[in-house]
Design a protein around this ligand. Structure first.
Ligand SMILES: Cc1ncc(C[n+]2csc(CCOP(=O)(O)OP(=O)(O)O)c2C)c(N)n1
Length: 335
């Protein structure tokens, strides 16, 4: 079986001039926004400022930003319970997300979703579904609607490696395949499902290989390289819009924080953590920006400081937001 950490040795081709500096800096800023948001939220949660629970994505910023930067505004994404990064990458504001995590009625789901269910239909993100694999048949259904209405839209469906062993994966991918539906199945293979390593629960942990079973195209992508993810998603979206059917992208990455709440990740070997820390997606893009002359270290530091200041202002505002009124409990209940 190929080593799951093999991307540590993958080259990161620098293509000077292939992108506008402003685009690259935008990707960088978006990834820093996600990292600072997640680190800040972790602290706020542990100090008891937030109700419920949290699932975070530190280390996986390039998958969210790489995929969403290749989509159009009216394309949709689905997400599961680790959706903060997906939401920020798809265009939700730091405020609407943070207010939601505080349980405020001004949050993106009016304070009724919390960390596990963030989303905003007006931004093209279906609120997160906490059922592992739950977004996969949903994405196929949405894509069927696009196809029947002849709308040139695409759904990018984010899910983890653990979801691949769910029946919903087989059902959703198979339907999307036979009907040539415009779905990008974006599997964030972060090597762990909760505390269990992927190769303990799958004989074949190279998830892209499953595509052959369904007769669809797939690619294994370095998920810590935002430009590699962006380019793979652009190609997948083009295939989808051309009616060629769904594409499975296996985005190899690593979750650098616990599964949820107070999980300290003791099950991740130290050398593995260090190897992935050396391939931090933000530092890698930063190094490439400097090498290409798109920015210097001072500019990157300035971006981080601006993002931190924005987050701190949002926290102050979040503490002043109104809570949902008890009388609103049945509003927006559809079933
Ligand atoms: C159907 C279902 N089974 C179990 C759970 C409990 N659960 C929540 S997250 C999780 C691990 C999922 O791992 P993965 O899909 O790889 O996503 P990741 O956490 O790596 O992003 C489990 C088992 C659930 N929410 N839904």
């Amino acid at each position: 079986m190929p080593q799951l950490t093999e991307t540590a040795d993958w080259p990161t081709p620098l293509k000077p001039g292939a992108y506008e500096d402003s685009f690259l800096l935008g990707l960088y800023e978006r990834m820093v926004t996600i990292r600072e948001f997640e680190d800040g939220v972790k602290f706020l949660f542990l100090e008891g400022s937030m109700p419920g629970t949290i699932h975070q994505c530190q280390g996986q910023e390039a998958t969210a930003v790489g995929v969403c930067s290749a989509l159009r505004e009216d394309d949709f994404i689905t997400s599961t319970f680790r959706g903060h990064g997906h939401a920020l990458a798809k265009g939700l504001t730091v405020e609407s997300l943070l207010f939601e995590l505080f349980g405020a009625s001004t949050g993106c789901c009016k304070g009724k979703g919390g960390s596990m269910h963030v989303g905003d239909m007006s931004k093209g993100m279906v609120p997160g579904i906490a059922i592992v694999g739950g977004g996969i048949p949903l994405a196929a259904g949405m894509a069927l609607a696009y196809k029947m209405r002849k709308e040139p839209r695409v759904v990018a469906c984010f899910f983890g490696d653990g979801a691949v062993a769910e029946g919903a994966f087989h059902e959703g991918v198979n339907l999307a395949a036979i009907w040539d539906l415009p779905v990008i199945f974006a599997c964030e293979n972060n090597l762990y499902g909760a505390s269990t390593r992927v190769d303990l629960v799958m004989r074949n942990a190279r998830i892209a290989e499953r595509a052959a079973t369904y007769g669809i195209r797939a690619e294994t992508v370095d998920g810590n390289d935002v430009l590699a993810v962006h380019e793979a998603t652009l190609a997948a979206a083009a295939d989808c819009r051309a009616g060629k059917g769904p594409v499975l992208l296996e985005l190899l990455t690593y979750r650098r924080t616990g599964h949820s709440r107070r999980d300290a990740c003791h099950y991740q070997p130290q050398d593995e953590r260090e190897a992935w820390a050396r391939r931090d997606p933000i530092e890698r893009l930063g190094a490439r920006l400097i090498e290409a002359g798109a920015a210097d270290a001072a500019r990157l530091q300035e971006i981080r400081r601006e993002v931190q200041a924005h987050f701190q202002r949002a926290v102050e505002e979040a503490r002043r937001q109104p809570m949902p009124a008890p009388g609103d409990i049945a509003d927006d209940v559809l079933a």
